[in-house]
Design a protein around this ligand. Structure first.
Ligand SMILES: [Fe+2]
Length: 313
């Protein structure tokens, strides 16, 4: 049953992973390792916005200029060596075995208020599972706010869909084709619409009741890549800035452990994007081979994030 939110749980990483694969959620109070990361992100954001308060800068900037700014800020954050170092420190703090835990580069996300910018570089995420986007079933998502969040600018979980399949078009999504078609695409120009063919539900979903976990700055939320989640329509009056990154444990990947797949039909795998938390080495080829499905020749195997927010929020 998926009906539990564990707060400040002190179970081992192994037990935590299994609980996540069973559909449970984990939330943690503020910790110095995360606060160090949010301080780093905050200073980068504040430098980018100059004298403007980043949470309300949308009120005094042209949306084109705003998208342009995010288009420089986000890739700088994603690629910064310090960002990787912070993720490594967080994983260590959370009791992960760094030799066997792999992570992908952390993304910075923004959710502007009142529909100011909800496409392209600041996409407001429709309900989805990351497993519709070629994530393995053992992927775990780590999500943390950079500034204080509230219910009206948070992220929502839709737990009933943990066991309820949703008809969707993930069958049209191949990770390598996506990389080839959308790598380097200038999404800062997508300020009114977003023509990218992102996997989504084929029919309207019942999004209520939903669960929004409001952790403080320095806190973090963990969830399975198979968990249905979405961006809350931001009506708070302030822009939400957050960070997320993903992990895969080598043993779980090797044993094909993970959340059940009830409705995902995408092809390709993001496994090649993951780096070892101990030394930043790549995922071993024999593990990746377990996830190959014969579409490896259809595009670019690895995504090199430039102006992007995708894959998966
Ligand atoms: Fe996502």
């Amino acid at each position: 049953m998926n009906n539990t939110v564990f707060f400040d749980s002190d179970v081992s990483d192994q037990v935590r992973r299994q609980q996540l694969y069973d559909g449970q959620l984990f939330a943690y109070s503020a910790r110095p390792s995360i606060k160090a990361f949010t301080d780093f992100a905050k200073s980068m954001i504040e430098d980018a916005f100059g004298g403007l308060d980043p949470q309300v800068a949308q009120n005094s900037m042209a949306v084109e200029e705003y998208a342009e700014l995010l288009g420089k800020l986000k890739p700088t954050f994603i690629h910064h060596p310090e960002s990787k170092r912070h993720v490594q420190a967080i994983l260590q703090d959370f009791g992960c075995d760094l030799e066997r835990t792999y992570f992908d580069v952390p993304r910075m996300r923004s959710s502007t208020s009142d529909g100011y910018l909800t496409t392209g570089i600041a996409l407001a995420w429709h309900p989805h599972r990351d497993t519709w986007y070629s994530a393995p079933s053992c992927q775990i998502n780590w999500w943390l706010p950079i500034y204080a969040i509230q219910s009206s600018n948070a992220m929502a979980f839709h737990p009933r869909y943990w066991t309820e399949p949703v008809e969707n078009n993930s069958a049209d999504y191949n990770y390598y084709v996506w990389n080839k078609l959308h790598r380097g695409q200038n999404i800062t120009k997508m300020i009114k619409s977003d023509p990218r063919p992102l996997p989504r539900a084929s029919h309207p979903m019942e999004l209520d009741p939903q669960t929004r976990l409001i952790c403080p700055v320095g806190g973090i939320v963990l969830f399975s890549a198979a968990q249905m989640h979405s961006s809350v329509p931001n009506t708070s009056g302030v822009t939400r800035f957050s960070i997320d990154f993903r992990t895969v444990h080598l043993d779980d990947a090797a044993a094909r452990r993970g959340a059940p797949n009830i409705d995902s039909s995408c092809t390709g795998t993001v496994m090649r994007d993951f780096l070892c938390a101990a030394d930043l080495s790549k995922m071993p080829d024999d593990i990746i081979a377990l996830y190959d499905d014969g579409t490896e020749a259809s595009g670019d195997l690895v995504y090199k994030p430039q102006l992007e927010e995708v894959r998966g929020s």
